[in-house]
Design a binder for this molecule. Structure first.
Ligand SMILES: CC(C)(COP(=O)(O)OP(=O)(O)OC[C@H]1O[C@@H](n2cnc3c(N)ncnc32)[C@H](O)[C@@H]1OP(=O)(O)O)[C@@H](O)C(=O)NCCC(=O)NCCS
Length: 467
């Protein structure tokens, strides 16, 4: 696994911030005091309360594996507390077809209100994109507070999420009975199995990202098990017919004395459709409850189809949740599977340079695609040589996939900015919708229809955590 701490601080960022009297540096993972100051600055930046001691200890454990960067003002009252923070690390991102692509997660972007609008965030973000490229990430990704901040760096919204509310009184289950069983488990008993379940849940859902060490402990209330919040948390696990654990939910029931409660189930992890159905059924059929709520759920939940009255389920607070920024279109586009066969040219604009260029995506119909850059003369020459060699060999392999590729001629094409490429990448929005919004240009008739078919994903992309 690539160690983000091995990337030296970006010199152009150091110089840019030094010219404004500020120091930009990596926080020493061995320096607990510096890590604590960084964590305090980050929570303050997000307008959160100071972290509880147990939460702070957990953050420090995570921070030691990361490459935290801070901007320091030597003239400030407490010069050891950064005036800006950022965290970035390599992480897999699940893509349509079930593969994981190497990506770079960006998090903890804060600038103190005392130092806002001096270009600090821009300097930090541009450096993160350079680190990501250096680490070999095909994309950068983040979840965000305000949708107006990151488009300028090439990020586009790629997967939405919503709060699901279920009116308990209207619930009448018509879905299949699960062959396995749901049972309560203590969080400490689940934690050994939870990462493997979560890994399988992540890999079957485009848009989910790798869970980092310490996250599931937090989700299961194990960071501070004696706190009121952890004691209120209940955990139920689904085991399939053969006794294999396939999913779990962590939830609380909030209630006033003598009144029925409201279930809040924000941690919902299912490695199979069967587990997903069984856990939903467990939640929505709970007695002495009026409502079941779950945040950061898919905008394409099958829950309504499992109930006699689909109006028992309502969707609220739909937000663009995962934002993607393509850095290497060849690697990113080659990683996912496609819904059709065809050849499409993508002319990508990128003000920051990383992804700018012209690319041909040649999808063979078995889901896979070959993607190549066509505006790099060096690449073209190498391709021509390869093609000549291929054509010699092709006589014997007519109809083979490489044979189809060498004959493939790009007659369809789109012109788009890297922001839009990030948005269509997982199949969460159709290219034709962005064309209707004037954000993608169709270069020849039929290109949008082909792009819609190619980029369609069998499963709606979804990310169920913040990072
Ligand atoms: C968002 C935040 C990091 C911006 O920091 P900053 O140092 O003031 O930003 P910069 O001065 O580098 O501005 C960079 C660009 O972003 C724009 N921008 C900054 N904050 C913005 C906001 N909240 N909404 C819209 N645009 C914003 C600036 O106008 C500037 O635009 P330009 O370069 O195209 O002219 C800072 O306001 C902050 O810490 N907010 C609270 C925490 C937060 O929301 N963090 C984001 C986490 S996802």
């Amino acid at each position: 696994m690539f160690d983000p701490r091995s990337i030296p601080a970006d010199q152009s960022t150091i110089d840019a911030l030094r010219s404004r009297g500020l120091d930009y540096r990596q926080v020493d993972p061995a320096d607990d005091a510096a890590l604590q100051s960084w964590a305090q600055a980050e929570t303050r930046g997000f307008h959160h309360a100071r972290p509880e001691p147990a939460e702070l200890r957990r953050e420090l454990r995570v921070a030691k594996q990361r490459s935290l960067r801070g901007v320091y003002d030597p003239t400030a009252h407490d010069a050891g507390v950064p005036v800006a923070t950022v965290d970035g690390w390599p992480s897999g991102l699940s893509v349509p077809g079930g593969r994981s692509v190497d990506a770079w997660a960006v998090s903890a972007v804060t600038v103190s209100p005392t130092h806002r609008r001096r270009g600090i965030a821009r300097a930090l973000l541009e450096a993160q994109l350079r680190y990501a490229s250096e680490a070999g990430a095909a994309l950068a990704m983040l979840t965000l507070t305000e949708a107006t901040i990151y488009g300028r760096y090439g990020f586009g919204p790629a997967a939405s999420a919503a709060t699901i509310k279920v009116d308990r009184r209207r619930v009448s289950w018509i879905g299949p009975d699960a062959p396995g069983r749901v049972q309560f488990v203590e969080p400490a008993d689940l934690i050994a199995k939870a990462p493997a379940i979560a890994r399988r849940a992540v890999s079957r859902t485009p848009g989910e990202i790798d869970r980092w060490p310490g996250l599931l402990e937090r989700h299961l209330g194990l960071v501070d098990p004696d706190s009121a919040a952890s004691r209120a948390l209940r955990v139920a696990r689904y085991d399939d017919r053969s006794g294999q654990a396939q999913g779990f939910v962590a939830f609380t029931v909030g209630r006033e004395p003598n009144l029925p409660g409201i279930v809040e189930a924000d941690v919902f992890v299912a490695a199979t459709d069967e587990a997903e159905r069984a856990l939903w059924r467990f939640l929505v059929e709970m007695d002495f409850v009026t409502e079941i709520r779950s945040r950061l759920r898919s905008v394409d939940e099958p829950l309504g189809w499992l109930l006699e009255d689909p109006r028992a389920v309502s969707m609220h607070d739909v937000v663009d949740h995962l934002w993607l920024r393509v850095l290497d279109p060849v690697v990113a586009l080659s990683a996912r599977e496609y819904g059709a066969s065809g050849t499409l040219t993508l002319e990508v604009g990128d003000a920051l340079g990383h992804a700018a260029g012209s690319y041909v995506l040649d999808a063979s119909g078995d889901g896979r695609a070959e993607v190549r850059r066509t505006d790099d003369p060096g690449v073209d020459e190498r391709r021509t040589d390869e093609r000549r060699a291929d054509e010699g060999a092709d006589a014997a392999a007519a109809g083979s996939r490489s044979g189809r590729r060498s004959r493939g001629k790009a007659t369809h094409g789109l012109r788009l900015d890297v922001r839009e490429l990030g948005s269509i990448y997982l199949g969460g929005v159709r290219p034709s919708v962005l064309a209707r919004a004037g954000r993608i240009e169709e270069l020849s008739p039929g290109s949008l229809a082909l792009a819609d078919r190619l980029f369609a994903a069998p499963r709606t992309p979804h990310l169920s955590i913040w990072f």
